[in-house]
Every structure is written in C-alpha cells, then in structure tokens.
Design a protein around this ligand. Structure first.
Ligand SMILES: O=P(O)(O)OC[C@H]1O[C@H](O[C@H]2O[C@H](CO)[C@@H](O)[C@H](O)[C@H]2O)[C@H](O)[C@@H](O)[C@@H]1O
Length: 285
C-alpha cells in the first residue's frame, strides 16, 4: 500500500540544508515566512505496509533503545528470532542498515542477516566477505586527534570503527559544540565527511549514505522486487526515507515529531517491535 499522498512532512516546507545542533543532531532547515506551527503527529503505519515489503531497519534507536555508550546496547534473542521469522516471511527481503560497522553488527548477533554498515559504505550478506573501501590513513589521523581531544574529558569517548571513527559526548554534553568544531576542521583538512549522529560526530569517507544503500540493495536479490519500507530514528535515516519514497515505498520515523521525509511514525523502539510482531502475525489493518 503506498503512503498517503502528501503525508510526508517534506510537503509542509522546503528543506534546504542540513545544520548541526549542539547536541550533535542535524536538522533540516525550513524556508518559511511565518512562524512554524507545531509539527503534527504522523499517522502510525498500517500493518499491511509490510506485505510485499523490502524492509530496511536501522539499528540504534530503532531496534534497540539508545544506551549510555556504544557498547551498552543489548540485542536479545527474542528480537533476533522475530527478525529471522520476518525475513523468512518476506522471502529474504530484510536488511539492517546501520552506522555501525558490519563487524560490529555481526558481533551484536546479526550475522545471519543482510547488512549495510557504516552509513551505506559497507555491504555483506550472511557468510559473505564484507564489500567495503579500505580504511584510509586519514581516518587513523582523525582517530588520533579525537583521542587527544577526549583525553582528560570524562564522558567523551572515541569509537574506533572499521573504516571510520566516532567521537561520542553523551556522557559529557558540554563538549558537544567543541566536538563538532573539531570534526568539521578535521574533515576539511583530511578529506573526510562529517556524519552527525545522536550525541556523536563521526568522520568517514564520503560518497555513500543510507539512501544510496537502499538504492544499491534494491537492485540486488533478495531485496529487488519488494516495496522499500525504511524504519529509522536518526537524522542519518532521512536519506533512507527519501530513497524508499522515491522507489515507491515509504519511511517510518521512530520518535517524537520532527521535520522529516518519513510518511508514518512510531513513538519508540517498543512500538517498532510491536509493529513488526503484528505484521508477522498477519494482523493487517
Ligand atoms: O545507524 P544506527 O544503527 O542508528 O547507528 C548510528 C550510531 O549508533 C551508535 O551510537 C548511538 O547509539 C549509542 C548506543 O545506544 C549511543 O550511546 C550514542 O550516543 C548514539 O550516537 C554507534 O555507536 C555508532 O557507531 C553508530 O554510527
């Protein structure tokens, strides 16, 4: 079932640029001549949207609640079992699309799933070698600079990833602005892209995002032929929502109302799991 026409908030105003807020999130700036009105709630997605879907699932904040640290997330066996049943019911058309590296996603328990990691830079199916660009020396330079910044700042964490590096400040939000400035300066100097996240700035090679990951996977089996449905919570998921809509599907925003390209919303991780479980049970509305 296609999303209701005009239900995506992109029609309410004109997104013109991405900017960073001090908590590390990015917002879509709006062109408006009047005072912006409060954002209305988007409708919940009908369960029938899952029928024939090619399902793209973000991980942090979508399948697992946000934790204090990257290592603090928990993936329970019930979630993995439910996703495996959903994947099988969709004839394989389920992919995890995350900012995490594929190595980390596999360590977290997703080894049997189709994966797109590092914001669309890495791909792998179950048991396959990871398709990814090599780690650049510039990323090591950025990591060293991040460590120098984090040194002596309790709560600031450096996350070493396969081909990127993250600077987290969830435990010390007062350093968010400085962390963002450092990330921007390093990106310009080292030829890397800044990826803002939730209380996080990452530096990574450019040239891909979650939208390009959707476009790539939709040309390949088993995702090809399904109707893309992208579920995510973060600003980094907006490109995934856009790609899904372009290809005749839709996005589902997880979390409170915000400017978004999604057509539907679910309020939190528990609601995502309930929605997927309901689709699995065949309880279409
Ligand atoms: O695309 P995602 O699957 O949502 O991954 C995005 C980033 O998620 C992780 O950081 C976020 O979650 C942490 C654990 O809940 C939290 O402590 C942190 O503040 C969040 O930014 C992960 O550590 C990153 O590598 C991912 O890129």
């Amino acid at each position: 079932m296609p999303p209701p026409k005009g239900s995506s908030r992109k029609n309410r105003s004109t997104p013109v640029a991405g900017g960073c807020t001090s908590d590390g999130t990015r917002h879509l700036a709006r062109v408006s001549e009047s005072t912006p009105s409060p954002l209305p709630d988007l409708p919940p997605p009908p369960a029938s949207l899952l029928v024939g879907a090619a399902l793209f699932l973000d991980f942090d904040g979508t399948l697992a609640p946000i934790a204090d640290t990257p290592d603090g997330v928990i993936v329970d066996n019930d979630l993995l079992a439910m996703l495996a049943r959903l994947r099988d019911g969709l004839e394989g058309r389920l992919a995890i699309v995350s900012g995490r590296s594929i190595t980390t996603l596999r360590d977290l328990g997703f080894a049997d799933f189709l994966l797109a990691g590092t914001h669309g830079l890495e791909f792998a199916g179950p048991g396959e070698d990871v398709e990814a660009p090599p780690r650049r020396p510039a990323v090591d330079d950025a990591e060293a600079a991040f460590h120098a910044f984090a040194d002596g700042k309790p709560g600031v964490l450096v996350e070493r990833k396969s081909i990127s590096v993250g600077l987290h400040f969830r435990g010390a939000p007062q350093w968010g602005v400085d962390a963002g400035e450092l990330a921007s300066e390093l990106a310009a100097r080292l030829g890397l892209a800044v990826q803002p996240g939730k209380m996080l700035f990452e530096l990574r090679p450019g040239g891909a995002d979650k939208g390009s990951a959707v476009h790539t996977l939709m040309t390949r089996m088993p995702m090809a032929g399904g109707r893309p449905l992208f579920i995510g919570d973060d600003v980094t998921d907006e490109e995934g929502f856009a790609a899904a809509a372009q290809l005749g599907g839709a996005g589902i925003l997880v979390g409170p109302p915000r400017e978004t390209l999604a057509a539907f919303s679910l309020e939190q991780v528990a609601a995502v799991r309930h929605y997927l479980q309901r689709g699995l049970s065949g309880r279409a509305e």
